[in-house]
Design a binder for this molecule. Sequence first.
Ligand code: HAM
Length: 440
Amino acid sequence: MPTAKKPAAKETPAKKAPQPVAQVRGMRDTLPEDQPLWDAMRAKAKELSSAYGFERIDTPVLEETSLFVRGVGKQTDVVEKELYNFETSGGETVSLRPEGTAPIVRAYIQHGMFNQPQPVKLWYVAPMFRHDRPQHGRYRQFQQFGCEVLGDGGAVIDAQLIVIGYLFLKELGIDATVQINSIGTAESRANYRNALVSYFRTKRNRLSEEDKKRLLKNPLRILDSKDPAIQDLKAEAPQIVDWLDEESKTHFMHVLEYLDELGVPYQLNPYLVRGLDYYTKTVFEFYANSQDQELAQSSVGGGGRFDGLTELLGGRPTAAAGFAMGMDRVFNLMKATRTAPEPKQSDIFVAHLGEQGRKRALAVFEELRKAGISSGEAFGKESIKGQMELANRRKAKFAVIIGQKEVLDGTAIIRDMDAGTQEIVDVRKIVHELQKKLSK
Ligand code: HAM
């Protein structure tokens, strides 16, 4: 009898343990221990902007890509290299916003805000996205606190915006310097641009490949070049102040006078041109005076006038100015210099014993919450010892303990965690009793 062939033992592939999903490059989590510093920044942003008469605006994370191509400029790094853009299934070409100014101007036009009394002053705290090379202080998603004033061309607006940015940093404990320049009107800048191109053309062989590209596309950006080999070339290059039209010159002088009056320290920086195309007249950046070279090197904030942007985006000619602070960089500076405040702990801990106790304790917890008394709990735990340890660790002043006996008697135990004493109270009076004890 033929023997049945034994089927070859099938090799079952070893089951691979699932790999953790990696975080997207350039993105960061803000963990609970860092939230107090973020809360402090957000609170300061709100306090200062409302003190200076700004109203909050939120715009969507997604905008038509053309908004940034037209608004920020096709040749800028932000649009050319760093834009997160994609086509939706509906065929729209959209981008994650890389900055807040163009979207706000879009909203100003769209909602007819030019019909409101001018100026319109708007502020925001919002995430921005730039597909840049991630490094310390440079992220692909980052938060900005920004203020924009639309409908006022006065130099006092520029100075006030600088003051808000400066105070934002100062009141968060960051000593900063403002660097400031004027790049004039579009016409005076065009003349300057020609002079700059003629100058750098004669020195072309000394420029890096990157700067050669800039010379063709965006020559003013050569002034921003960090290439040590051309620092002396820059020093001899034509300076924009010599090309400013009279109106821009007077405007700039007034801005500086107001800053002097307000006691804001600033440095004139003839090379400051900013990386976005919409600027006119005043431009400025904030730098922290930090010992840490890395932190001191990159701007913590920047802004300027953008008198031509509204018209460029299809609105009426509207003088405007604004700034944005990079909150992630402010956070890094705050973290480097101070320890985060201890998170606020609850004074009360609600503990339970047994299933009946848990049910009643849940109701007591709700009652306390409604009365504005925040309390800790560990309803998932069984052991009363474990719960008391937790109450101690969280530095609760009083624990409310409810077991089966208390449920039957309609009472609760209040334990003074420091003294170790206990008293039994009517559970219906628990809020009142605790309020009395906490107010002592
Ligand atoms: P910005 O200079 O491009 O200006 O950005 C402002 C600030 O955002 C920078 O000074 C920096 O602190 C922060 N920032 C920029 N890119 C990153 C990044 N990749 N990672 C972390 N922080 C970053 C603007 O965005 C203009 N919209 C400002 C403005 C408002 N101008 C007029 N109104």
